[in-house]
Every structure is written in C-alpha cells, then in structure tokens.
Design a protein. Structure first.
Lengths: 500, 280
C-alpha cells in the first residue's frame, strides 16, 4: 500500500504552564484530504494543542512537521504562510469592518494587490452565504462564526483547524454550518475539528482522536471510538471503579420545594446558553445536574446565583422570585455558589478569601463561629490560613472555594464541577465532606461531569443536553439507565422522559 | 475605487474653503488661527497613522515633533545652514528614534504602551534641558531676519499658510492611498484584533513599526514647520507632553482612524482655543 505522504505530522508535543502539563506527549498525523475530529473532556488540552499546531504557543517538546517543513518553532504568521489556518472558540471578527473587508484581510496574504484580494474575498463571501457590505458588528453569532471561517479560508489554507466553531448554534444553524464545513472539505481543504457536539463529529469526520489529560487516549472511526471503555471513562468519570457506596442519607422527600426553576432560557447575545430548563430542589435534598460540556450546567447554576440574567423563565427561592435580582442579594437570601474553576482571589490569603465570603452576612457576630465551622471541616485550611491562595494545591483550592461559599451561611449550596481537575483521593475526601455538610442540614445542588460520583451522592438528578433537560429521575434509577450514557456520547437524539 | 462626483463634492468644497480662507478672512488674527489650525491638523494626521488606524495610542509623539523642531535650528546655530535643511535631518532622526523606541514598547499592550511612550518623551525632554550642545534649558533660536528666501522668514503669515496647507494635502493624500491598500487593511486589522490579525498572516510587529516610522517622519515635519515659523525652540515647546496630548485629543475629537477626522478635530479645537486665549 503506497505510503501517503502526511500533510501534518506532530509527534510528542508537550506544553507545560509552570507545573501544569496541559499537553503531555500528544501525537497527530493528518493526511491530505482527511477530515479528523478531536474530542475530549474539559481541560483535556485540546485548545492548547491546537495553539501549538497553529504556532500561537511554542511547545516545550516535540516536532511539528507540515508539508515537509518543520514548523515547531515558527511564528503564527509563518504557519499561515505555510498553509495552516485556524479559527477561534470565541469569534474574533473585526467588528469595525464590513464582512468583505474582514475577508480581504485574509485574502491579502496571497493577493497583495487590492483588486485581486477583493475578487478572492468576494468569491469566498458568496460561498459562505454572507452579505459583503454588512458591518461585522451587526452579525449574529452564527454569522460571526461563518465570517471567521470565511476569513481564514481567504488565506488559502491547506489545513484548517476549527476550534469549536460550531458551538452554541440552534439546530437549524448547526445543519447549515455542517454543510459549509463539508463544502470546504470537498473543495480540497484538509480539516481537523475540535468539537463537543457529537453530532458534528459523527456526521462530518471519518477518524476521531480522543484527548484526555494532555494526550491521545484513543483513535479510530467515530462510532467505534466512543464505545471504547477508556473513552467512556474519560468522559463520564470513574466508571470502571465501583462508586463510593451511597451512604444511607435520609431522603427527606417532601412536596415542599425550596428552589424552583421554570422554563429557564439564557442567551449570551445570540448564543443559546440554555434553551429550556426546569427543575426543583426540595429542602435537604441533594440534586445533581449531569451533562457533558456545553450542556448548560454552569449556565444554569450561574443563572440561579444571579450572575447571568435569564431571558425567559422564572426562578423561585423559598416562595420568592429571584430571577433578575443582583447576585449579592441572592447570596444574602441563603444561596451560595462554589464556581467552576473555584475563582479564588489568588492574591489574597486563605483567611481573607473566607472573610470575603461572609460579605453578605447580616449578623457580623456570627463570623467567628463560621470561621470555626470551616476550619473544623477543613483542617488543612486552618493550617494555611495566612498563606496566599495562589500557593494552594488543587484540592486545597476546592476546599477554600467551598469554605468561602459556606461563610455566607447558606441554606442551599451550589457547586459547579467540584471534582474537575482533582486527583481521585482528593475527590473522595471532598465528597465525604459534602456528605457531612448534608448531614448538618445543607441542601446541595451540584453540577458534575462524572456520573458515578454524582449519582453516588445525589437523591435526584437531571441530565442536561444542549440546553435542555433530556432525562430526570431518582439517582438510583438513573444509575441503571443506559440512556444516560447515550446522551453523553451523543449517540441518541434529544430525549425527554423521566426514568421511573 | 473611483468615487462618483457627488461623493467627491464635500472634499472639493473643503479644499476650496481652505485655499481661499486667507482671502476670505484677512487680517493677522485670522491668519494666525489658520496657521495654528493647519499645524495642529498636520500633527494630528501624522499621529493618526499609528494611533488612529493601528490603534497604538502613543502619548509621546512629542519626541518626534521635538526632533523635527530642534534639527533645523541646530544646523543653523552650528553652521549657519538654512533651517529648511534641517527638515530631512529631523525626519531621519525621528525615524531612527521610532525604530529604537518601537521595538521594546510594541511588546506592551494598551495602557502600558501609552505609559511607556510618555516616559520616553519625558526622558528626552529632561535630557535636552541639560545638554548644552542643544541649548539646554534656554533652547535655540533661528535667524532673526531673512538672509535669503530659503531662510523662509516671512513678514506675513500668508506664505506659511500655503506652505503648511501643501504639506497637509500631501500627508492626507498619502494617508488616503494607505487606507486603500494592504498596509491600511493590516493597520485596521491590528487595531480590531491583534491575535486574529496574526492568525491571518498579518506581520504584526513589522506593520506596527512601519506605521510608527511613517507617523514619526510626518510628526517631525510638523515640528520643523513649527520652528520655521516661530524661529525658536526649547525643551518644553519641543518635547513637552502637552504637544503629545494635543495631537491625541485633536485626532480623537474629530475621529481617530478616519482620513479627515484629525482635520475636523483641529477645526473644532483650534478656533476655540485661540478665541478663548484672546479673551483672557
């Protein structure tokens, strides 16, 4: 079989940020005319890897050879010259310029004269269905994403790296975007596409690589790869190890609800963050929000906490309408959030971070008691109370974020992906703490990517998919429901039913 | 792209007004405002290339203005040369300085870049004030009376007016050409999004340096014109921060990054300044 010369050959690429190994020995070979997908859970290193391929980030180790040329240490401009183009996760169109001018900037690379550049740009604008004279700032998000693709196409790339260019689109827009990518591929451009939307990967790509913890853990045809145990474990969490046996937490079933969310919709400009979410949390319950990247878990929690404003729907807490209220008011009503990625004040000490958590506390005399409670729960924080938060380890940071949320003496504690980026033993300890907090009377609402972890703790769970609730039910039932896995891996279409 | 006649009309009217202004409004007071206006328009238009189009807000352009102002008088003081001969020298010095300053400062972004440019200009001003060779704090003077036409000392403001107008026209013509070519697109792309520009193959650093050099050259010319008219320079009137600030304000007021923005800004600001000053 003739050895097809590889267009792109990246070997053993690594990138460290301080001690954090974002990319750890990743390999990627792309043949001319391929269309390859790159998938993997949050924080797996895909974007950093892309940045290395595009020349924006210089890798610490490895070699990247494109079309026979070593581009490992070349500048971004040199990469584009050589024929590698890329788009960005967040559209970066030139807002002050028209569509055609945006594309002309790209076209000027190979057509230095204005008229040639304009003709080339016009061709591409037509192919992508945009309107030439429209100002970029008046485009919606789908238009911007399309423009970004058009613009990089004008540079005449042989290899196009698409970084989540299709996220946040409505189903109809998504189909159009998929068709566009297909047209581009058919015109002879090799494509590597990073996506969380499984439908895109399944329909467009013939070969998929799965990233986790900085390197490739599986590769093959899309439908084969998503069934591999290693992939399932990476996406869904520690499925292979038996989940911590659910302790007999009293499920105080009651018809009283503390928190009610009805038909919530949140938009980020034109991007649909969540389309239609309804959920209820009863006092003393532990409710889990499950779902893969981009499903809407963080947006839902942020909306409840008042950090984003819903465009539709209602949120009720203890009988009071809280949607649309400012975040600090919501905290003082007894809702606290430990955000994704912790969002600590890294320049401040542990103690200062905790104190800031008590800002909304009405009765200042309680602060001493609250400090004691947090330090009792987390002795490590007590030891490090004067240390700068930036020097804490991952596990300690999660503890601090949790402690900080507890300082406002909440009735309902929300946690956004508490296990993210933490080692298994740390996660176990964390979940033990959550159980303790629940025993002390706290209601918990947590968003988790790891299904076994979440279902091992929760009473009730909602599975989110592209901004809607696809499945809900008591945790014990969902644990046995195959649909959950299917939804995560995009193997089934949107489903809406309650299990049991 | 050829513009149709109706679109060209405002520009034609503007040109006609500027040409006829000294004849419409004669008298030293109005002529003086006219000359000051033109000088401000030239400086701001020069700044506009790197500050308006490319979005690199330098608040230290007086460093180039001052070089252009000192060079003619230095040549006169040292060797009796006509101040005019200092114009190309000033340009060379300014472009050289722009390369030296640009390399480190363009690594900085946003406010940090602006602050760095202020710092450099101030350093130069302070240094000039202590350097006897260039007159230290006292400064330099030009010829008191004209030895010949090439000293460019005129008793009336009129020749200065038309000289400055010619320079402004040339500068705007050059800017207009840049606007339509690749260089202009790249400048605007850098302003609109450096990271995106880079990802499209725009040679960002090189483009910024070219823009700064061009801007520096014309700012230097503005400085030379100023000194040819006033016949005197010292560290404050050459390198003072107010000169830099005025350039930025004038350009921003009328519309930074547009062809006629700086001119419009000067039109608004200078008559206001002059009238206010004359009332005190």
């Amino acid at each position: 079989m003739p050895d097809v010369a590889k267009l792109l050959d990246a070997r053993n690429v690594s990138k460290n940020f301080g001690e954090f190994r974002a990319v750890a020995g990743a390999d990627l070979t792309v043949g001319e005319g391929d269309i390859i997908g790159l998938i993997g859970p949050n924080g797996a290193g895909k974007s950093t890897f892309f940045n290395c391929l595009a020349g924006e980030t210089m890798p610490n180790t490895g070699r990247i050879v494109f079309n026979g040329e070593d581009v490992t240490r070349a500048s971004p401009e040199a990469h584009v010259q050589a024929g590698i183009g890329r788009t960005f996760q967040v559209p970066t169109t030139f807002e002050d310029m028209t569509v055609i001018h945006n594309v002309m900037v790209g076209a000027f690379l190979r057509h230095p004269h204005r008229n040639d550049a304009r003709d080339k740009a016009r061709q591409i604008v037509e192919m992508t269905g945009l309107r030439a004279e429209q100002p970029a700032r008046s485009l919606g998000t789908p238009g911007r994403k399309r423009l970004e693709i058009a613009r990089v196409l004008a540079t005449g790339p042989r290899l196009l790296l698409l970084d989540e260019s299709l996220a946040g689109l409505t189903p109809a827009e998504l189909q159009e975007a998929i068709a566009l990518v297909r047209r581009i591929h058919e015109s002879g451009v090799t494509i590597v596409i990073v996506e969380h939307i499984m439908e895109v990967i399944m329909t467009l790509t013939r070969h998929v690589l799965v990233f986790n913890q900085g390197h490739v853990i599986a590769s093959g045809a899309p439908d084969a790869v998503v069934r591999e145990p290693a992939v399932i474990e990476a996406y869904l969490g520690r499925g292979s190890s038996p989940p911590a046996r659910r302790c007999t937490l009293e499920t105080r079933t009651s018809n009283v609800t503390e928190l009610t969310v009805e038909h919530l919709e949140v938009r980020y400009g034109d991007l649909v963050g969540i389309a239609d979410i309804s959920l209820r949390v009863g006092p003393g319950q532990i409710v889990a929000l499950l779902g893969s990247n981009g499903a809407g878990k963080t947006t839902t929690l942020n909306a409840i906490a008042g950090l984003v404003r819903p465009s539709r729907g209602r949120i009720q807490w203890l009988g009071e309408q809280i949607s649309g209220q400012p975040a600090h008011a919501i905290v003082s009503k007894g809702l606290a959030l430990s955000p994704e990625g912790w969002r600590l004040f890294v320049g401040q000490t542990v103690e200062q971070n905790l104190r800031l958590g008590a800002t909304a506390l009405a009765d200042r005399a309680r602060i001493g008691a609250l400090f004691e409670r947090v330090y009792a729960l987390f002795p490590r924080l007590a030891e490090r109370r004067r240390q700068s938060a930036g020097t804490l380890s991952g596990g300690e940071r999660q503890m601090l974020a949790l402690g900080r949320a507890l300082m406002s003496e909440p009735q309902l504690l929300m946690l956004d992906e508490p296990s993210l980026g933490l080692a298994p033993t740390v996660v176990e300890a964390l979940y033990e703490t959550l159980k303790e907090l629940h025993r002390q009377g706290l209601t918990l609402l947590l968003a988790e990517q790891s299904i076994p972890l979440a279902l091992g703790l929760a009473n009730y769970a909602y599975v989110l998919q592209t901004g809607r609730v696809a499945l809900e039910g008591p945790a014990a039932h969902l644990e046995r429901d195959e649909n959950v896995q299917q939804i995560y891996l995009g193997l089934s279409g949107p489903v809406r039913h309650s299990a049991g | 792209m050829k513009q149709s006649w109706p679109a060209r009309l405002p520009v034609v009217l503007l040109a006609a007004t500027l040409l006829l202004y000294p004849l419409i409004l004669p008298g030293a007071f109005y002529r003086d405002i006219g000359v000051t206006f033109l000088l401000a328009a030239i400086s701001a238009s020069a700044w506009n290339i790197v500050g308006g189009y490319a979005g690199q807000v330098s608040v230290g352009h007086s460093m180039f203005f001052g070089l252009g102002a000192y060079a003619p008088l230095l040549l006169y003081t040292l060797w009796g040369w006509p101040p005019m001969a200092g114009i190309p020298v000033g340009i060379a010095l300014a472009v050289g300085l722009s390369l030296v300053v640009g390399l480190p400062t363009f690594r900085l972004t946003g406010h940090y870049f602006s602050m760095a440019t202020i710092a450099v200009a101030e350093l130069i001003r302070i240094f000039t004030g202590t350097w006897n060779f260039v007159g230290a704090a006292i400064g330099l003077q030009g010829p008191a009376t004209a030895r010949a036409w090439w000293d460019l000392i005129f008793r009336s403001e009129l020749p200065y007016y038309y000289l400055f107008l010619a320079v402004l026209a040339i500068l705007l013509a050059i800017t207009s050409v840049i606007e339509r070519r690749r260089f202009g697109f790249y400048l605007r792309a850098i302003k609109a999004g450096e990271r995106a520009a880079r990802s499209l193959g725009v040679p960002v650093r090189r483009t910024k340096m070219k823009a700064l050099a061009l801007s520096a050259a014309f700012t230097s010319i503005a400085g030379s014109l100023y000194v040819i008219k006033t016949g005197f320079i010292d560290p404050d009137s050459g390198f003072g921060i107010l000169i830099s600030v005025q350039m930025v304000i004038v350009a921003a007021l009328g519309g930074a990054g547009t062809l006629f923005g700086p001119l419009l800004g000067a039109l608004i600001l200078i008559p206001t300044f002059s009238t206010a000053a004359s009332l005190c």
